[in-house]
Design a protein around this ligand. Structure first.
Ligand code: GLU
Length: 469
């Protein structure tokens, strides 16, 4: 039997990192089993779906290595509404479902506000289909439903505790629980790998599989992803959109490596491993069922390591979207014609070891491409204290006299200027750095000045000096 898995996102918002994690797990499992990965867009909630979210999912999947054209689909759940209705009808005709005209208020009036779930009032009333009548599944009174779950063992649910749940609404439209099962069935899905949030749906869904006469799939409910307060990552509170990480300059390789560590680890004492190792070693039955902490700080550090490991030429290439701007990444503060690729290539190795996300490249190099540096006023106030004017005067004179404009000579010169004033190099650098780059922190100063060149460096030092008068 060929293994067939599916990833079935609902296009109701940006693509959630937890979803990306499930997609990768499905992808790897399919590959390991020589199986097929199916992408199904669950777009039946017309009010909340938007086509751009679907496009966002496709492009984000592409970004983390699940490339368009290399999987089956995308299928769109909305195209199968006929099948969903037919299944509902079959369940009704086979006596496995019944119509119900109770309102929520009716049920609450009978059961009291404390009791949750439906009380079975219409079970044996024999209502015909009709406007406003929901179709409910008749759950078995006895026995239990055992879910075979690769991550969680065999969670067991007593059938009598499962309410007669709705499978089609009063307007006849089937609900998610049923549509999801019918599609999995018709797409021949053998393993459902999805987030833990769906575990409570699973006994109901398995009962539907049984009632429709098909052997249920094997399940794997992978852990919920939480923030540092152990709250489930939410799009209102946390940064959850994969696209946001991409646009901030996380590398796809770092991201997918990190996502796979949510609840699992490769062998040995390693976390950063090539994708091929993850593809080989990942096992669903090794996934820890407890909530997985999405640690953004750790991800950042991870990304820095990945950036440093890139060959410089690849790093230069990887920075490009932030140097030019794209549809989703804001353009840099300089004009395109101000950008100088040779100057960028000269400082790129210095930047590569210092940034954790690629978007940080911009504030590190903007001084090279702007006619005037963007002055951070707080940095200015901090660096341009008493003595700064005198130091700048001396630096200007000494730099003008330099024969060779290179980092080493610049450093020796400023060191000497500082020493004459009883200043260590760090202190002597501060006003020069702010005058030239606008900031107190950045790339190594003397290499930066070398690349910026004599004329522009001196112009900026003089301009700063004028401002200090
Ligand atoms: N559309 C559902 C969701 O995004 C998928 C549920 C499933 O994987 O079965 O949560």
């Amino acid at each position: 039997m060929t293994v067939r898995v599916r990833f079935a996102p609902s296009p109701t918002g940006m693509f959630h990192v937890g979803g990306a994690r499930s997609a990768l797990q499905n992808w790897i499992f399919a590959k390991q089993q020589g199986g097929v990965f199916v992408l199904r867009i669950e777009d039946t909630d017309a009010a909340r779906n938007r086509p751009e979210w679907t496009e966002g999912i496709l492009s984000a999947l592409d970004w983390i290595g699940i490339a368009r054209g290399s999987y089956e689909g995308p299928y769109f759940q909305s195209s199968y509404a006929g099948e969903h209705r037919a299944a509902a009808q079959r369940l009704y005709e086979g006596g496995r479902a019944y119509y119900c005209d109770c309102t929520r208020e009716d049920v609450q009036a009978r059961t009291g506000p404390q009791q949750r779930g439906y009380d079975g009032f219409c079970r044996d009333r024999g209502l015909e289909p009709g406007e406003g009548r929901a179709l409910r599944f008749r759950t078995p009174d006895e026995g239990e439903t055992v879910v075979v779950d690769l991550v969680r063992g065999e969670p067991t649910f007593e059938n009598k505790l499962i309410e007669d749940f709705v499978i089609a609404r009063g307007d006849g439209s089937p609900v998610f629980l049923l549509a999801n099962v019918v599609d999995d069935m018709s797409m021949g899905i053998t393993h459902v790998i999805r987030a833990e949030e769906h575990l409570p749906n699973t006994p109901k869904q398995q009962l539907l599989w049984d009632a429709l006469g098909v052997k249920p799939p094997i399940w794997a409910h992978v852990p919920v992803v939480v923030n540092e307060k152990r709250q489930k990552l939410s799009k209102r509170r946390d940064k959850v959109a994969l696209e946001a990480y991409r646009d901030e300059g996380y590398l796809a390789d770092a991201m997918r490596n990190y996502l796979m560590l949510l609840g699992w680890a490769p062998s040995g004492d390693r976390e950063i491993v090539p994708w091929s190792v993850i593809e080989e070693e990942f096992r669903l039955d090794e996934v820890n069922p407890s909530p997985a902490f999405f640690d953004e700080k750790k991800l950042r550090a991870f990304n820095g390591d990945y950036i440093r490991a890139l060959p410089v030429a690849d790093f230069v290439e990887a920075c490009r979207p932030w140097l030019t701007g794209t549809e989703t990444i804001a353009p840099p503060p300089w004009q395109p014609e101000e950008f100088d690729p040779a100057a960028f290539a000269a400082v790129a190795p210095l930047a590569q070891t210092r940034i954790a996300v690629l978007s940080e490249i911009v504030p590190n190099v903007d001084f090279l491409f702007l006619a005037d540096p963007l002055i951070d006023e707080a940095a200015w106030a901090k660096a341009m204290k008493e003595g700064a004017a005198d130091l700048l005067d001396a630096a200007i004179v000494a730099f003008e006299a330099l024969e060779s404009w290179d980092a080493e000579s610049l450093k020796a010169t400023l060191e000497a200027v500082g020493a004459e004033r009883g200043l260590k190099l760090g202190k002597a650098q501060a006003p020069v750095r702010v005058a030239v780059t606008g900031r107190t922190v950045g790339l190594p100063l003397f290499e930066s000045l070398e690349v910026l060149g004599r004329d522009r460096t001196l112009t900026r030092l003089r301009a700063a000096r004028v401002r200090l008068v």
